[in-house]
Design a protein around this ligand. Sequence first.
Ligand SMILES: [Zn+2]
Length: 288
Amino acid sequence: MRKCFATTLLLLIGCILLLAAGPLQASATTEQLFWEKASQEIYKSPGELKAQHEREIRKGEIYIKLMQGDPHIKAVALTFDDGPHPKFTSKILEILRKYHVNATFFVVGKMAKKYPKLVEQEFIQGNLIGNHTYDHYNLTKIPDPEVDVQWQKGNEIIRSITGIEPMYCRPPGGDYDRGVIKSAMMHGLTTVLWTDDPGDYANPGDKTIENRVLDRIADGSIILIHDGIQQTIDVLPQIIETLQKKGFKFETVAEMAAAGHPEALRMRYPITSMRPAASLPPNTLKMK
Ligand SMILES: [Zn+2]
C-alpha cells in the first residue's frame, strides 16, 4: 500500500514537472523566434524611404537625418554596411586606396569587436566609421530600452577602436520610427539613409550591380552597398572608374553633411532634452 502511494506521488510530481517545463520551453522558443525575426534585414527601397520622409514632414516630425547630399554638387558617397568582414574588408580597402577614394563604413558592433584591426585600418585610411547597431536587429521590432543599448554599445566599440565618438548611424534595413531616431539623436547620432540601392546583398550579378548603380546615379547620391559580397568587390573598381571619369567626387557622409553642401537633405528635430548642440554634427542645427 505504502509502495503504491509512493509511486502515485512520484507520478504526480513528474506530471507537475512536465506541466511546468512545457510553458518554460515554449517561452524560450518564443523568445528565440522573436530575436531571430528581429535579426532579419529587409531593405526599404529609396522610394519607401522618401515616402516615409514626406509623411514625417506632413505630420510635422522633423528628425536629424541625412537622406542625400546636395543635389547641386557633383559628389557621391559610397556606404558599406554590415562589416567588418575578415575575408572582404581588406580587399575593399585596397580598391579604395588605389583610387584615392574615401567611403563610409557602417559597422556592426559585434563584428567590430571581433575584428577591431579591420575597423582600425578603415579609419586610418581616412574612411568614416558609422554605427550600424551592435547586434544588427530591426530596431522597430525590439523594445525601446534595447534600441538604446544597440546604439550605445555600437558607439562604445567604435570609440574604443578609433578614439572618436561616432556621429553617424544607419538602422539595419533603413527601418526606423520616431523612437529609433530619437534614441539615435540622444546618442549624438545623425541617421543616414540612401538614395541608391543596387541590391548587392542578393548577389544579382556583377553587371546588374554596376548597371543599377550607374543608371540611378545623381549629384548627391548616397550608395548603399555591402561589406561581405564578392560581386560588389568585383565590380567596385569599374564603378569608381566610371564615376571618376564622369567627374564625380567621392565623399564620406560627414563631408556630404558639411557646410559646403547647403542643400543636403538633412533635418533638425527640436527636442529640448537632446544632448547639447556641441555633440551634434557640425551645422546640423543651422538647418531649417
Ligand atoms: Zn545591415
